[in-house]
Write a protein that binds this ligand. Sequence first.
Ligand SMILES: C[S@@+](CC[C@H](N)C(=O)[O-])C[C@H]1O[C@@H](n2cnc3c(N)ncnc32)[C@H](O)[C@@H]1O
Length: 425
Amino acid sequence: MEKNVATKIIQKYLRKGNMAMCMRDVLPHSGLAQEQRDAVAKLVHNVVRWKRWYDYVLGLYMVEKTPDAYVEMAIGKHVDQEKKAEKMARKEMNETEYLATRFSFSTYAAETIKRVNREWLTYLNSEPETHLCVDLSRTSAEQVIDALKKEDLSATQHPQIQSCVITQPGARYSTPVEKGFAIVQDVSSQTIAHLVADLLVGNTKKNGEGRDCEEEENVGRKKMLDYCAGSGGKTIATSFVLKKKFQGIGGEKTGRIDLHAYDINRRKLLALKKRAEQTKTDVHVHMEKPEDTYNLVLVDAPCSDLGAARRNPEAKYVKKEDVERLVDVQKEILGEAEKRVRRGGYLVYCVCTVTPEETDHMVSWVEKQGWGLTVVEPGWGVDGVLTRWPRGKGYRTTPAGGDILFVSVMRKDGQKGGDQKKSGE
Ligand SMILES: C[S@@+](CC[C@H](N)C(=O)[O-])C[C@H]1O[C@@H](n2cnc3c(N)ncnc32)[C@H](O)[C@@H]1O
């Protein structure tokens, strides 16, 4: 039954692409229970994850590339053929072609990843964990873990980020999530939320947990804009961190920091409003571009998504032309976002990818625009959670089990005093 449903989804995918849409078209009408649907999702993601490799193996053995053939490969029915194909591929291909084929990436993606960090070719093919971001101002990680276990879901505390609970896909329908005590969010995105909250509150150099806002009285009213907020993953996580920092000062509020969110996609903003209500997040949602200026503008830009390829395997086949198009969009967004950063304020640019064009080259481009923006150290970090990006233009998120995100903090000229140092100082 599950295999038939998976085959149907792959059939659609081979015709139309867009796996998320294919699953949405088929799964709700499949008659499968949630657990079975999760198993199907895992199976079809594996087909996409390994598609280039499967194409090679099936081609080598002259097997017709039918939906059924791909599903059989993903189930592991052709292990012997795969072993022989591996030997053949090593013999007949140059190194990049071999890596691209064996690890199933576009040649462009394989070459790019190989240059930045070869180990990521393996990492980006692993099964992602499901992470929850817990609102520690309203509950504890332990309470959430207990609640998940009562619902037969495995749950453990993340070793580095206290707001993060590692669990299973089914947790998105669990009581803590339904009641808004937690949201599903990868630990690397949670890392960005901690970094942003810390920049807003002041340079506390702690991990953002507990009441570490030492001089609350000195924190004036500040405003943050999440310019590419989507359905609010990072907005809500930032609010959770801020609420914890200001616990007892502002009740369920984010202290003296106002959160604003904008996205070009109104449907996503409507979803954000709903999630904000569910999670008791105080956020001003702007359906039109806000014209104000802010102490911090977060740009979580649309990107080639390679760093999140475990979750979105379609990203593995990105082409150079796709990246070129995205770079134009990112530049346009940064141009708009920059106008909304106050003097002395921060522009935080992040993307879940590793291509130089979308990461450090983009930051160099920003610095050359005469906008008065310079890269500074984030001033926040937990051991092993942020690792410097080559050429000093930012960091990559490296908490255990997380997506690979690039993040760069830039400050606009004009801050009086302050303890932020320029990067490399
Ligand atoms: C990586 S996603 C953001 C995810 C979100 N921050 C989160 O944590 O859930 C990028 C977002 O940028 C939005 N976007 C694309 N072009 C835009 C533009 N020109 N202006 C504002 N937002 C844009 C997309 O709609 C998408 O939601």
